[in-house]
Design a protein around this ligand. Sequence first.
Ligand SMILES: NC(=O)c1ccc[n+]([C@@H]2O[C@H](COP(=O)([O-])OP(=O)(O)OC[C@H]3O[C@@H](n4cnc5c(N)ncnc54)[C@H](OP(=O)(O)O)[C@@H]3O)[C@@H](O)[C@H]2O)c1
Length: 258
Amino acid sequence: MGEIRDKTVWVTGASSGIGRALALRLARHNNFVIASARRRETLVELQKCAPSRIQILDCDVADDNAMAAVPARLNEFSDHLDMVIACAGTCEYDNDLQLESAMYRRVFDANFFGVINTLRIALPLLSVSPAPIFAALGSLSSVVPFPRAEAYGSSKAALDYFLASVRADSCHTNLKVVCIRPGFVDTPLTARNDFDMPFLISPERAAIYIESGLSKGKSVIDFPRRLSWPLRFFGFFRFIWFRFCTPRISRIRTLRKN
Ligand SMILES: NC(=O)c1ccc[n+]([C@@H]2O[C@H](COP(=O)([O-])OP(=O)(O)OC[C@H]3O[C@@H](n4cnc5c(N)ncnc54)[C@H](OP(=O)(O)O)[C@@H]3O)[C@@H](O)[C@H]2O)c1
């Protein structure tokens, strides 16, 4: 498995789950990690694991106004960024097609607009690096439409498109744009799930896949293969997905009347 070494990396969503495991792994590999999330006290605990390699920058990526102060704080730590990995995100399901727009906005604020805010702030510092990388956490759920995932899956599908569009726009530059699409990872985010999660992996395993994919220069990092390949097959032959799979997963039997 490839390794990333001696880089300056900003990891958002680093207080928990995949982002935390990534921050620790990158710090172990002699990278300088700027770790972000909203819960400062959790970041302080993370920093204690590698005080000389991890600095903390608490911020809410979904808060446009508060993010205005972040460039100056990043500059206190470094005059450049080699890599940004935007892990901050959330998941809420739409049970029974409630279609509450406030819930959809919460999910999009963190998963989609949070990544836009992160890239906007990071770009000037990335432009100083000889080989800058911007990566964000999408999801394999955007490959096929899952029941109850109208908000979460849409936010990740929108992110997929956004990242591909930025990749198209930056083709004459040295910026590498990467979409990371995990399957099920055992984190506080999935601990709330009340359904079977096939091929569930640990956050540490996810961090290995991500570091390896980034070091190999991949633009899309899907894992684990035993889940991504079947989903890609169903994504290509959607009629099979809708005919045979979604009837087994969907819980809605009748449309609600109010
Ligand atoms: N776990 C999976 O199976 C899975 C699968 C596919 C994709 N993903 C994606 O992977 C990413 C990480 O998920 P995870 O499973 O590691 O979840 P997690 O353990 O719940 O971690 C989410 C992280 O995001 C931070 N965060 C959330 N909203 C934020 C905001 N507005 N501003 C700043 N930080 C924020 C949280 O910290 P604070 O609460 O301290 O802010 C936390 O550090 C997410 O984008 C998720 O959608 C996860």
